[in-house]
Write a protein of this length. Structure first.
Ligand code: RP5
Length: 165
C-alpha cells in the first residue's frame, strides 16, 4: 500500500525554544493554508545538540526538502543545521528583549562563506515569508504546489484596495 504523496512532510520547521512558537506558528499557519505537508519540532542547538544533529542528518532521507529554523539571541540553530545538511535552510530571527532581534538577525545572516542560511526578516514577517519562500522552492518541482502558490499570490494582489478607506 502506498501512502498519498502529500502525507510525507516536505518542510521541516524547527525552533530553538517553546518561547519561539508564538512567532513560528505564523509559518505553520501559511503552510496549513496552502496544504503544504510539514512537521514542527523544538530543536535547540545548545540545549539539545544531539537532537539537532539527528534531525539535520536524517532530514533529507526522510523526504524533507526545505528546513525553516527560528531562533533568537545567539541564534546558531539555523547555521548549525545548515552545517549538518545540504538541504536549503531558511533562518527566522526572533525579536529579543535585550537587543530587539538585531542579535538574532546578525547571528543568522552572518554565515561565513561555504555554509549558507537564507535569512528572513525579524519576527512575524520573517516567519510568514519563510513559509512563502519554502513553498516557492517546492513549487519548482511540484506543479500543484505552484498552482496553489500562484492562486494565493493573485488573491493577495486582488485584496489590495486602490484607495485607502
Ligand atoms: C534560543 O534562545 C531560542 O531560539 C530562543 O529564541 C532564545 C531564548 O530561549 P528561552 O530561554 O526562552 O528558552 O535558543
Amino acid at each position: 500500500m502506498s501512502l498519498p504523496k502529500e502525507s510525507f512532510p516536505l518542510v521541516g520547521i524547527i525552533m530553538g525554544s517553546q518561547s519561539d512558537w508564538d512567532v513560528m506558528s505564523h509559518t505553520v499557519n501559511f503552510l496549513v493554508e496552502l496544504n503544504i505537508p510539514h512537521e514542527v519540532k523544538i530543536v535547540s542547538a545548545h540545549r539539545t545538540p544531539d537532537r539537532l544533529r539527528e534531525y539535520s542528518v536524517s532530514a533529507a532521507t526522510r523526504g524533507i526538502k526545505v528546513i525553516i529554523a527560528g531562533a533568537g539571541g545567539a541564534a546558531h540553530l539555523p547555521g548549525m543545521t545548515a552545517a549538518w545538511t545540504h538541504l536549503p535552510v531558511l533562518g527566522v530571527p526572533m525579536q529579543t528583549h535585550a537587543l530587539n532581534g538585531k542579535d538574532s538577525l546578525l547571528s543568522i545572516v552572518q554565515m561565513p562563506a561555504g555554509i549558507p542560511v537564507g535569512t528572513l526578516a525579524i519576527g512575524k514577517a520573517g516567519a510568514i515569508n519563510a513559509a512563502i519562500l519554502a513553498t516557492s522552492i517546492l513549487s519548482l518541482s511540484d506543479i500543484e504546489i505552484e498552482q496553489r502558490l500562484m492562486q494565493w499570490r493573485n488573491q493577495q494582489t486582488e485584496s489590495v484596495g486602490l484607495e485607502p478607506v
